[in-house]
Design a protein around this ligand. Structure first.
Ligand code: NAD
Length: 343
């Protein structure tokens, strides 16, 4: 495309915009997809093939490929999809619920309200396409029913029960993890790696980094510092304030999750979702004091510094979906401060 004259290149791009969404995607056999997944089109419907390892030398029998025909065609943007969101009453889940409803999808939220709150979904109460189920993501019969009744699952509540049900019902499941934390606990295998290699599981793993924004619980760093700033108290920083955070606005995170839900080639992949530029906790505290117009000072509670925070590498997500965070630190903080003022 880069070799074409500018006018012709524009005409081609115009044509590309009118082609079906899958026209530019590589066909089956045109290259490995993440997680050994490839897609073949049969009468216009995408069929997912999960490649299996070659049988060991000398093994008899034909080499088989496992076929998954999804209950509905996977499209870059499903027309109307029904999503089950476990943990949909929490911080990230409630924003995702709102975004999916806003684009016309149906959402069932399963939440035991252990850390979430009905207040997070208050603005959506009475929405005809929202169903809230109070219950546990570990309750196998309940989870089985709900997973069987939806098209895709977003799992933000932890536990393996949901994954077992998704496997049984052949549903795609997008799992939000904090796997990067495992990098600091010696000997722990990141959960995403385990899920990705599980047989017959149509999984996409989103490794969430420092998500921030309205509705986050007060024990997290940003809302805690904002609460101190609004109360005019000193902002108490962990360690010496030099450790970095890569904060991402929850709305940017929701956009990334939505893109991953819609993207058939995301299957079997692990994607970092987060900003790739860090800010020190001290800089963060200074920005909060300034944006909140607060008279607060800043103190350090010393002790051992927090474990370092890895900066997200969102290049894989960007290459597949074009995602990048669009909201900067000021917007994250201003949105969170405005919400904290009226809470
Ligand atoms: N917020 C972040 O910065 C961040 C960073 C990394 C990873 N994550 C991961 O993303 C997910 C969501 O994070 P969040 O910040 O929205 O947390 P949150 O605590 O606000 O939301 C989690 C929700 O899950 C519900 N829940 C927990 N256990 C449940 C169970 N067994 N059955 C049903 N519901 C249950 C809680 O009541 C809550 O509503 C979590 O898995 C978390 O580990 C978040």
């Amino acid at each position: 495309m880069g070799l074409l004259p500018a006018g012709l290149s524009c005409a081609c791009e115009g044509l590309a915009a009118r082609l079906p969404w899958w026209a530019g995607l590589p066909r089956y056999g045109e290259g490995a997809r993440p997680g050994g997944v490839s897609i073949e089109y049969v009468r216009g419907s995408p069929i997912i093939r999960k490649r299996r390892r070659k049988p060991a030398r000398g093994c008899a029998g034909p080499r088989r490929r496992r076929l998954y025909r999804l209950s509905r065609p996977l499209t870059a943007r499903s027309t109307v999809a029904h999503h089950l969101i476990t943990g949909g009453g929490g911080f990230v889940g409630s924003h995702l619920t709102g975004a999916l409803l806003a684009r016309g999808d149906t959402v069932t939220v399963l939440d035991d309200l252990s850390t979430g709150s009905p207040a997070n979904l208050r603005h959506l109460r009475g929405h005809p396409s929202l169903r809230f189920v109070q219950g546990s993501a570990l309750d196998a019969p309940l989870v089985g029913d709900l997973v069987g009744g939806c098209d895709a699952v977003v799992h933000l509540a932890g536990g393996e029960t949901v994954l077992d049900a998704a496997r049984r019902h052949g549903r795609k499941v997008l799992v939000g993890t904090d796997d990067h934390a495992a990098a600091f606990s010696a000997g722990e295998t990141p959960r995403g790696e385990t899920y990705r290699t599980e047989k017959d599981l149509l999984v996409v793993v989103a490794r969430l980094f420092d998500v921030a924004g309205p509705r986050q619980r007060d024990e997290h760093l940003v809302p805690r510092l904002i609460r101190q700033a609004l109360a005019g108290a000193d902002l108490v920083l962990p360690g010496d304030g030099s450790q970095t955070r890569c904060l991402t606005h929850v709305r940017d995170v929701v956009e990334a999750l939505t893109l991953l839900l819609d993207e058939p080639f995301a299957l079997g992949g692990i994607f970092d979702v987060g900003a790739d530029d860090g800010v020190s906790v001290l800089e963060l505290a200074k920005a909060i004091v300034e944006l909140a117009g607060s008279p607060s000072g800043i103190t350090f509670h010393g002790g051992a510094p927090e474990p370092g925070f890895r900066v997200a590498d969102a290049s894989r997500l960007r290459a597949l979906t074009g995602w990048r965070p669009r909201r900067d630190l000021d917007e994250i903080l201003l949105d969170t401060i405005s919400e904290a003022r009226v809470r």
